[in-house]
Design a protein around this ligand. Structure first.
Ligand SMILES: Nc1ncnc2c1ncn2[C@@H]1O[C@H](COP(=O)(O)OP(=O)(O)OP(=O)(O)O)[C@@H](O)[C@H]1O
Ligand SMILES: [Mg+2]
Length: 200
């Protein structure tokens, strides 16, 4: 059954955003056995330029145990990471043709991950800010990112590609305030609701 529940939080400064991301990672970790390996989880991150969407995704990755470089996908559209088990994510090398868990193919500079791998979890971080027309996305083969089990997708600027994206499980909506930010977590599916439950 489709769930819609909203949780509001005030994040007074950047450290509060970082702490929130870690707490959300912990909630995902808690429900991972129930939800993550078996299905694709889709997060939409909304909010104006500089609201803190990338900062938040980075802090979630840190919370999941990733210590390497986390690039903003503003120019590449997508950056992908492998999570062999929770607490061990490795960046998918952009020039690598094959990885242990999945096959990658190069398409106009974008690394596309095909296949589920051997139970490994793949995380895709998208930023569609530069997309003017969702048709521009046809060439990346979006369906292969989303019709995949064992995948978590974080999507910045989903509104730029709305008609070609699957619906979200959880929306993270950030609003810039005079002091800090407000974040709303909106669950849009049972999976999203499970994560919200884990968060509380
Ligand atoms: N709770 C907060 N209060 C005040 N400033 C914050 C807070 N959280 C993050 N910031 C700051 O806001 C900025 C957010 O930048 P970030 O690149 O994450 O935004 P973004 O939403 O991804 O933007 P874009 O749409 O350009 O990708 C950073 O400078 C960060 O320090
Ligand atoms: Mg960003």
């Amino acid at each position: 059954m489709k769930q819609h529940r909203t949780l509001h939080l005030h994040l007074p400064d950047e450290n509060a955003t970082l702490a929130f991301g870690k707490r959300l990672a912990h909630a995902m970790d808690k429900i991972a056995e129930k939800t993550a390996p078996a299905s694709n989880i889709i997060f939409y991150l909304t909010g104006e330029l500089g609201a803190g969407k990338t900062t938040l995704v980075r802090s979630i990755f840190r919370g999941l145990g990733y210590e390497g470089v986390i690039k903003s996908p503003t120019y590449t559209l997508v950056e992908s990471y492998q999570l062999n088990s929770i607490n061990s994510i490795t960046k998918t090398a952009e020039t690598e043709k094959t990885t242990k868990a999945s096959e990658t193919t190069e398409m106009t500079g974008i690394t596309k991950i095909v296949g589920d791998g051997d139970g490994a979890l793949t995380i895709h971080h998208f930023d569609f800010y530069r997309i003017q027309d969702p048709k521009e996305l046809e060439f990346i083969g979006l369906a292969e990112y989303f019709n995949n089990k064992h995948t978590i997708c974080f999507i910045e600027w989903p509104e730029r590609a709305a008609e070609v994206l699957p619906p979200p499980d959880l929306i993270l909506k950030i609003t810039i305030l005079d002091e800090g930010r407000e974040i709303e977590m909106i669950s849009e599916s049972q999976k999203g609701e499970n994560i919200l439950e884990g968060f509380l």
